[in-house]
Design a binder for this molecule. Structure first.
Ligand SMILES: [Zn+2]
Length: 503
C-alpha cells in the first residue's frame, strides 16, 4: 500500500532535532489543567512560524482557545485527525531536560511529546509533498485531565465539526493497538436523613439510619457487579461496578446524618451508556424509597464503550505504517484506560486510535520519553496519514447461514460509491440471493451511497433475491428515513433480525 520510495522520503524528512526542540518548547511552558493558555499560544506560534495557517476556536473555553491547523492535498479523500491535549496534571512543575537520549519534564509523556510528534509528522508530509489525496487535521486542546478538567473543550471541538474521518491520539500507549475499550461513569452517592447527628441512645426509633442504608446499597452495588460482570468479551473485559470509597460518621456511638459512597461503573457494549445509567439510577432510587433517606446521585459518564473492526481502514493504515517503520505489526487489544478517543467514538461517531510513545511516568513528577520513540511515532503518524487519506472503501465480507453479509467501513460518498457498487454488483451477478449490508461500521453516507444501495436492491429484486440493511448508526438511519428509502428497502435493527427476514 505504501511505496518504498515514499516511505524512505518520509523517514528521512522527520527531523529529530526539530522534533526535540518543539517538544521541549511545549514542556517549558507550565500548563496545569485550566491554566494551559500560554502553552496553546506557544504551540500556535510554532505552527505559525512553520508557515501553517492556524485557527483558534474558543470551543467553550475562551480562557485558552484550542489550536487547529490543516494540511490539504487539494484532492478528495479521507481526513486523518491528530488530536492531543496540552494540559498536564496538577503536580509540581518539572522543567524540560535532555539526558542520555531521553527527554524529561512535565507533560513530556502525557502528552506534549506526542503532540510535538504529530506536528513533526505534518511538517514531514508537507516538505515531501507526499499527501496526494485527502487531508490531515491537527487539533490541540485543554481541560483533558480530571478532576480539574471536564473535557468540555474537546467535546465542543467535536460538536463544532473539528473532526476527521478517523482520529489518532498520541497518548503514551505503544502496544497493543487498541480496537476496543470499555465505557466508564464515575458515581458519587450521598445518603442523607433529616436532622443533625445524634447520640445513639437519643435517636428516635423511626429515624432512618444512613450507615445501614449505605451499607445495604454498597452490598446491592456489588450484587449488581456479580450480575453485570457476566457480560464479557475476550478483547475488552467485562462490565463492572466498583465501590472504592465509603464514608460516614464521626465517632462510634453517634448516628450520622450523611453517608458518602464513590466508585465506577464500566461497560463493554457501545451505545449502552443510557441504559446502564438508567439501571443504576433505578437501583439507587429504590434504596432511597425503601429506607426513607434522601439520596443524591452524581453520575458522570466519562465516555462510551467502543469497538473498531480489525479491518477498518484506520487500523490497517496504522498497521501498515507501523510495519514500514519497525518491521513488525502491533498486536490488537483493548485500551487499558479511557481517553478522548472514547468521546470521538461516541460524540464524533468516528473511529479513534490511540498510539503514542513508549514513555513512562505519566501522572508523576518523573515523566520520561526516549527521543527515539518520538521519532518513531512521528514517522508512523506521517505514514499512517499517507496510507489512510485515500478514498477507497473498505468492505468486509462474512457469510452467516445462507446470507452474505457486507460490512462497509468509514465513509460512503461520491468519491467511492462507485467501487462499493462494483463490489455489490459482483456478488449479485454471481448469483447471491440473500444479501445483508451491515452498517454498524459505516460513519457517513452521502446521496451517492444511497443511490448504490437502491441500485443493488433493484438488481436483487430482478433476480428474485433480497437485500436487507441493518445495524445503522442513528444519524445514518435518519438519512434513510428522510429520503424515504426505508419504504423501498428493508431496514432492521440487528443482524439477527435481518437474517430472520430470509427464514
Ligand atoms: Zn493524556
Amino acid at each position: 500500500m505504501l511505496h518504498q520510495e515514499m516511505v524512505d522520503k518520509i523517514l528521512s524528512a522527520v527531523n529529530s532535532e526539530r522534533l526535540v526542540e518543539t517538544a521541549m518548547a511545549l514542556v517549558k511552558v507550565p500548563s496545569p489543567t485550566c491554566e494551559a493558555r500560554e502553552a496553546a499560544d506557544r504551540l500556535a506560534e510554532i505552527l505559525h512560524s512553520d508557515g501553517f495557517a492556524v485557527e483558534r476556536p474558543e470551543a467553550d473555553w475562551p480562557q485558552a482557545p484550542a489550536v487547529v491547523t490543516r494540511l490539504e492535498s487539494g484532492w478528495p479523500g479521507r481526513t486523518l485527525q491528530f488530536n492531543g491535549h496540552l494540559d498536564t496534571v496538577h503536580l509540581p512543575f518539572v522543567p524540560p531536560r535532555r539526558e542520555n537520549g531521553n527527554l524529561y519534564g512535565s507533560g513530556i509523556s502525557d502528552m506534549k511529546g506526542g503532540v510535538a510528534a504529530a506536528l513533526e509528522a505534518m511538517r514531514a508530509l508537507r516538505e515531501t509533498a507526499a499527501l496526494e489525496t485527502g487531508s490531515v487535521l491537527f487539533t490541540a486542546h485543554e481541560l483533558h485531565e480530571g478532576p480539574w478538567g471536564d473535557k468540555r473543550q474537546v467535546k465542543a471541538l467535536i460538536r463544532d465539526g473539528f473532526v476527521g474521518d478517523a482520529v489518532l491520539l498520541p497518548e503514551y500507549c505503544s502496544s497493543p493497538l487498541p480496537i476496543a475499550g470499555r465505557g466508564m461513569a464515575i458515581f458519587q452517592i450521598t445518603i442523607r436523613r433529616d436532622g443533625n447527628p445524634v447520640h445513639e441512645v437519643l435517636r428516635p426509633i423511626d429515624q432512618p439510619l444512613v450507615v445501614r442504608a449505605g451499607a445495604e446499597l454498597v452490598a446491592q452495588l456489588f450484587d449488581l457487579h456479580d450480575q453485570v460482570s457476566t457480560n464479557k468479551a475476550p478483547e475488552v473485559g467485562s462490565d463492572s461496578v466498583f465501590v472504592g470509597q465509603m464514608q460516614s460518621g464521626e465517632i462510634y456511638n453517634q448516628s450520622p446524618s450523611e453517608c458518602f459512597i464513590q466508585g465506577t461503573r464500566r461497560w463493554i457494549t457501545p451505545g449502552e451508556a443510557d441504559r446502564v445509567e438508567k439501571q443504576f439510577r433505578d437501583l439507587v432510587a429504590a434504596q432511597s424509597e425503601r429506607t426513607g433517606t434522601r439520596i443524591e446521585l452524581n453520575y458522570s459518564v466519562q465516555g462510551d464503550a467502543f469497538r473498531i473492526l480489525p479491518g477498518h481502514p484506520a487500523v490497517k493504515a496504522l498497521q501498515t505504517a507501523h510495519e514500514s517503520v519497525t518491521g513488525s505489526r502491533l498486536p490488537l487489544g483493548p485500551k487499558p484506560f479511557l481517553d478522548d478517543g472514547n468521546l470521538f467514538c461516541s460524540f464524533g461517531r468516528i473511529p479513534a486510535i490511540t498510539h503514542g510513545p513508549h514513555a513512562t511516568g505519566a501522572h508523576t513528577v518523573n515523566e520520561c520519553c526516549p527521543v527515539d520513540e518520538l521519532v518513531r511515532i512521528a514517522q508512523i503518524y506521517a505514514l499512517t496519514a499517507l496510507a489512510y487519506c485515500t478514498n477507497e472503501i473498505e468492505v468486509a465480507e462474512e457469510r452467516t447461514r445462507d446470507a452474505l453479509v457486507l460490512l462497509p467501513m468509514g465513509r460512503l460518498d461520491s468519491g467511492n460509491a462507485h467501487s462499493f457498487e462494483s463490489i455489490v454488483m459482483e456478488h449479485v451477478t454471481r448469483g447471491e440471493l440473500h444479501l445483508i449490508v451491515d452498517f454498524s461500521h459505516l460513519d457517513f453516507i452521502s446521496s451517492s451511497g444511497l443511490r448504490v444501495t437502491l441500485l443493488a436492491a433493484k438488481a436483487l429484486n430482478a433476480s428474485r433475491g433480497q437485500i436487507v440493511l441493518c445495524s445503522m448508526k442513528r444519524h445514518i438511519k435518519e438519512v434513510f428515513l428522510i429520503s424515504g428509502f426505508d419504504r423501498i428497502i428493508a431496514i432492521k435493527e440487528s443482524r439477527e433480525e435481518a437474517l430472520d427476514t430470509f427464514a
